[in-house]
Design a protein around this ligand. Structure first.
Ligand SMILES: C[S@@+](CC[C@H](N)C(=O)[O-])C[C@H]1O[C@@H](n2cnc3c(N)ncnc32)[C@H](O)[C@@H]1O
Length: 483
């Protein structure tokens, strides 16, 4: 049916369409009146769609899935109305890139579909939140349509969304009880997704695990933490929710590969920056003692920097993977690994090695010595093992080890709290130190790293008062300045 051009422009004026569109449409009036007729019918059709979009649940799956505990993927299917453009098959590829920001964004959804009633054109699915009507197009879009000789008319199309087209959170929100928190967050450790589900989510745990597995390529196992981390070895009790039961995994942190059994050792993917910060202070030839080494995230990179490393962990499994990771990263010659209690490690290995390295400080001696103690719940208490560690007081200036000790604090002033607790254990005031906030572990619980030079009056046996105070015979903290 032919629509007079005059009528067409009347409509455009009423609709307040952009100028460029008017020009393009004017072009269509000359060339393709029948298409213009379809355009005319557009305005009433899309009113419904706008109402539909007002509903927050536009992209939510079929509501019948609420309460599902055993995953039935087909039950999620839902039909929605979406805006489409009809585009000639031969120009689709050229057009797609330019039209990218106008297209529907849904997981695994084909944005170009066949039109069963039309051999010439295909349907390009537009983003219903961006293209509500022809008014939604911008000047650039109309120029594009003109360039490719495309009718800018927007049609509506019934589209069936399936399980594959919904996001993880949309699926879980549709299944779990209404109004309750839907947390689909997890820590990723190699192929393992590690969750910490709340009580109300537990009846749905296997479904949640399966959805996480389906929606995250590379994850082949989903586990849930079943206890708080209070075991000696800081590893979690965990339950496999979905996927394989294999907990031996491989991760990369700061370009270094580690392998370990996640069910038997401690690994926290949130500590990468802290490991890097400490290692960044080390120079080739420096000495590193790692009292609570885990599977090696301080020890291996320090050895890669050509430091001399002594690494210890009480957990036989951590020790096994520590040794493994040193070999894996070809630094086994630079790391001596120990499997003993941290206090014993300080009183035996650190004591004997420290004596060798605490040579009088001469002009040439530039290497420093560091002790890392990352067991935040307890490490401060282990500092007492340094008290009177060395019997013989040196007769000349020496360099003391820098200790990096980690602690949790729930205090209002966590840094002051950690400093005071360290001083209480050491029995001395620390004049030079740095306090670093590592991370917020939980609401009102911080993880702090305190770094300080071990004071001489702590590490050496206190001798009866002599004429010259010990502080004069040893380098002071200020002189050593914490690095
Ligand atoms: C918080 S993890 C830190 C591991 C590693 N340094 C890191 O940064 O990821 C603490 C480690 O201390 C070990 N550990 C616990 N108690 C210990 C003790 N008394 N002596 C030595 N190691 C201990 C645990 O097995 C665990 O590997």
């Amino acid at each position: 049916m032919w629509i007079p051009r005059r009528l067409c422009f009347q409509n455009l004026r009423d609709a307040g369409l952009p100028f460029v569109y008017k020009r393009v449409l004017s072009h269509w009036c000359h060339t393709s009146p029948s298409r213009l007729f379809v355009q005319h019918s557009y305005f009433s059709d899309f009113a419904n769609m706008e109402d539909n979009l007002g509903d927050m649940g536009f992209y939510s799956p079929n509501p019948n899935v609420r309460g599902m505990t055993c995953l039935n993927r087909k039950a999620f299917n839902k039909t929605i109305q979406v805006p489409v453009l009809k585009v000639k098959k031969e120009i689709i590829n050229k057009l797609m890139k330019s039209l990218k920001h106008r297209l529907i964004q849904r997981p695994s959804l084909k944005r170009v579909i066949e039109d069963t009633k039309d051999d010439v054109n295909k349907l390009v699915i537009l983003d219903p939140f961006k293209i509500k009507s022809v008014h939604s197009f911008e000047e650039g879009d109309f120029l594009l349509f003109k360039q490719f000789d495309i009718n800018p008319q927007v049609f509506q199309h019934e589209l069936e969304l399936t399980y594959e087209n919904f996001k993880c959170e949309e699926i879980l929100r549709a299944v779990l009880p209404e109004g309750q928190d839907v947390t689909s967050g997890f820590s990723r450790v190699g192929h393992i997704a590690h969750m910490n589900l709340r009580d109300h989510q537990l009846p749905y745990r296997n479904l949640i695990g399966q959805v996480i597995l389906d929606k995250n390529p590379g994850i082949t196992s989903v586990v849930n933490k079943t206890n708080t981390i209070d075991s000696t070895y800081r590893n979690f009790q965990m339950e496999v929710l979905a996927g394989e039961d294999n907990m031996i995994t491989k991760v990369k942190e700061n370009h270094i590969t580690y392998e370990f059994d996640f069910s038997k050792v401690y690994w926290n993917p949130r500590l990468g920056t802290e490991h890097e910060r400490i290692i960044g202070n080390l120079k080739p030839g420096d000495i590193l003692f790692d009292v609570f080494a885990g599977v090696g995230p301080f020890a291996v990179p320090a050895a890669k920097r050509n430091c001399v490393v002594y690494a210890n962990d009480l957990n036989p499994e951590s020790y096994k993977w520590l040794v493994h990771n040193c070999k894996l990263n070809k630094v086994d010659k630079k790391v001596q690994a120990f499997n003993t209690d941290g206090r014993d490690f300080i009183r035996t290995t650190i004591k004997s090695e420290l004596l060798k390295y605490m040579k009088p400080l001469s002009a040439e001696q530039t290497n420093s010595c560091h002790v890392v103690m990352n067991l935040p719940a307890l490490a401060v208490e282990f500092l007492d093992a340094f008290k009177e560690l060395l019997e013989e007081e040196p007769s000349s200036n020496i360099t003391f080890p820098t200790v990096h000790c980690y602690s949790f604090s729930k205090d209002d002033d966590p840094q002051k709290d950690v400093k005071e607790r360290v001083e209480a254990v050491l029995g001395t005031k620390l004049e030079t130190l740095t306090l670093h906030l590592v991370r917020n572990v939980a609401p009102n619980k911080e993880m702090i790293c305190i770094s300080f030079k071990m004071p001489g009056n702590v590490i050496f046996k206190r001798l009866p008062e002599t004429d010259e105070p010990m502080s004069k015979r040893c380098r002071t903290d200020e002189e050593n300045d914490v690095k």
